[in-house]
Ligand binder design. Sequence first.
Ligand code: ATP
Ligand code: MG
Length: 363
Amino acid sequence: MAEVVSLMDIDEDDNHQKQNNSQKLNKGKGLVTAADTKPTPWVEKYRPQSLADVAAHRDIVDTIDRLTSENRLPHLLLYGPPGTGKTSTILAVARKLYGSQYRNMILELNASDDRGIDVVRQQIQDFASTQSFSFGAKSSVKLILLDEADAMTKDAQFALRRVIEKYTKNTRFALICNHVNKIIPALQSRCTRFRFAPLDPIHVTERLKHVIQAERLDVPDCGLAALVRLSNGDMRKALNILQSTHMASQKITEEAVYLCTGNPLPKDIEQISYWLLNESFAESFKRVSETKTRKGLALIDIVREVTMFVFKIKMPSDVRVQLINDLADIEYRLSFGCNDKLQLGSLIAIFTKARSSLVAAVK
Ligand SMILES: Nc1ncnc2c1ncn2[C@@H]1O[C@H](COP(=O)(O)OP(=O)(O)OP(=O)(O)O)[C@@H](O)[C@H]1O
Ligand SMILES: [Mg+2]
């Protein structure tokens, strides 16, 4: 419940007057701590408050909105990669259903709580079996949010099957997870499933523009494009990169974004690829090592970006296939913490091999 309470504090604040309001709130409580004066992370400050604010997933959000309005909400199972709006959507549903009664009507359990069978037997059963007094709330059906449900033990999931059926009359369950295959089929079949896919670049751009405007930031187009590219459809990541880059530099240019995240710049990758494809082994090794040290790049990031570069350049498909396969092997070895220098040697070696194949193909 602790998270719900803290979210409620955010909920009660107008986002744009957050600091003033929280000062007033603190005065009332007489509790001013050092943490209260810190700026709020933008991921929480700009968490969608209503279903209309949720970017992308229009079909899903509209369906859930309609079901909520008609008071016909089924048990829900929301799944998908991180930072795509699953928790935000369900919290917005709770806000819509209960208004100010929010805290009394929902039980939120997430990965920070115990997720064993005892929780199902005690906490969940107790909450589900008690009668709810919903003063003024639009719905008298209570909501149990099981966030990060893929972390629940199998025993707890089996125990939940019967609980869901038994209390359907006055309780709805909303399960949220990243990996749907970790939820037992019996639970999946009791819920209506919705998949939250990674956000597409248009929606990430739109939402970022909204935050940029609200915070009055100086972000040229190249910086915005870099944020969208590096976020890979994860809105939380996009907002976190935006905020940390803003703290590091006034103007959020492409270079500032890449420097802040430690990712290699596209022009560095182009340069490295040029050396790999044209220079001798010794020369490539010297230059790539030097760039890597000077710019503080990780070899694994270079390998990933060079792979994307290989997709873009023109070469016979058999050479490309072999090259990508070899690059994948290097990435695999690096993820196990193998020696960086040896793997850099291997990277240059596979390009040398690819060059010989290219020459042979021309002959
Ligand atoms: N669809 C979206 N529209 C607007 N903002 C979003 C959206 N998705 C994510 N965000 C932003 O990212 C933050 C995290 O989103 P949320 O907690 O809903 O992600 P999640 O899907 O539950 O991720 P996880 O699987 O990691 O729990 C939100 O506070 C919000 O600022
Ligand atoms: Mg979540």
